[in-house]
Design a protein around this ligand. Structure first.
Ligand code: ATP
Length: 320
């Protein structure tokens, strides 16, 4: 099946073994592989798709563990580089009692930030049907230039560009720098997925209002999607817009729900790139993506909870 290449960070989240504590209060941490673009690649592979990941990790225990996990998950790992000097990125993450997520990063710099343009496997990108990326890889050089070069190569080869920005304020010099950085590549994408919170951050407006969302529209886009946790998602194209309900499940950990959603949606696009033009097909793909996002919240960790096709279809059928 057509290949989807996901570009960006792969790292380890250290998550408290119990929920609802601050990082300072936490006694023990569980190692949870992550990094949104790596999660997306795993989501696609789990659904039987053809996924590759491009990014850099440290030539250390954690870096090799992550690369092996991707391989084991069925992701093409030819594009992974190992940095001799810098360590694999670490993030300490907790969901506090008030529901807010607290992050603490170890990147000084970490290997993912050191990916160079000369290390890119451009052949992989040019062969792809879809090139997917986030915004963490835009924060510092040389990775930023590698990201821009990879996007350019994809665009020139006629590959669809998929963008899922993530706001991680502690990683940027200032909120303004984050906003400008995220928006700096905005008009390049064919498909953009944002969450309600990201719409609010980018527009300073009410994300529930369609005209606020549409202020993010660019005429190069084929589709803009706004996800809203358990409520599902909204979609916007040149011709139509609408909403698709989410699924009720026993949620334990929402980490990576957006990545499961995006992976599932991209897998549908890879199979049928025309679904952007057909509202019924688009809705069907979003129903499937919502189901995958929902299932991913029913177990701890971003990658272990990713659903296969049968699990997603079962949830859809049962909810009917
Ligand atoms: P993250 O950054 O945590 O990966 P996100 O903020 O990008 O996620 P969300 O809006 O939280 O994205 O979730 C993406 C999709 O996953 C939603 O549109 C929905 O379909 C599904 N989802 C997320 N949380 C839940 C939940 N608690 N119950 C059911 N479905 C959910």
């Amino acid at each position: 099946s057509p290949m989807i290449v996901s570009f960006g960070e792969m790292l380890i989240d250290f998550v408290p073994d119990v929920a609802g504590v601050s990082l300072a209060e936490s006694y023990a941490f569980i190692k949870a592989p992550g990094g949104a673009p790596a999660n997306v690649a795993c989501a696609i592979a789990k659904l039987g798709g053809n996924a590759a990941f491009i990014g850099k990790v440290g030539d250390d225990e954690f870096g090799h563990m992550l690369a092996n996990l991707l391989k084991k998950s069925g992701v093409n790992s030819d594009g992974i580089c190992f940095d001799k000097d810098a360590r694999t990125a670490l993030a300490f993450v907790t969901l506090k009692a008030d529901g807010q997520r607290e992050f603490m990063f170890y990147r000084s710099p970490s290997a993912d930030m050191l990916l160079k343009e000369s290390e890119l496997k451009l052949d992989l990108i040019k062969q792809a049907k879809i090139f997917h990326y986030g915004s963490i890889s835009l924060i510092s050089e040389p990775c930023k230039s590698a990201h821009m070069a990879a996007m350019k190569a994809a665009k020139q080869a006629g590959v669809l560009l998929s963008y899922d920005p993530n706001v991680r304020l502690p990683l940027w010099p200032s909120p303004e720098a984050a906003r400008d950085g995220i928006k700096s590549i905005w008009d390049q994408a064919d498909f953009v997925k944002v969450s309600d919170d990201e719409v609010e951050f980018l527009t300073k407006g009410d994300p529930k209002k369609d005209d606020v969302v549409m202020s993010l529209w660019n005429d190069n886009f084929k589709l803009l999607i706004v996800t809203d946790g358990p409520e599902g998602c909204r979609y916007f194209t040149k011709k139509f817009k609408g909403q698709v309900n989410g699924y009720k499940v026993k949620t334990i950990d929402t980490t990576g729900a957006g990545d499961a959603f995006v992976g599932a949606f991209l897998q549908s696009v890879a199979k049928d790139p025309n679904l952007f033009n057909d509202e019924n097909k688009l809705k069907e793909a979003l129903v499937f993506a919502n189901a995958c996002g929902a299932i991913s919240t029913t177990q701890k960790g971003a990658i272990p909870s990713l659903p296969d096709k049968a699990q997603a279809e079962k949830l859809i059928k049962e909810a009917k």
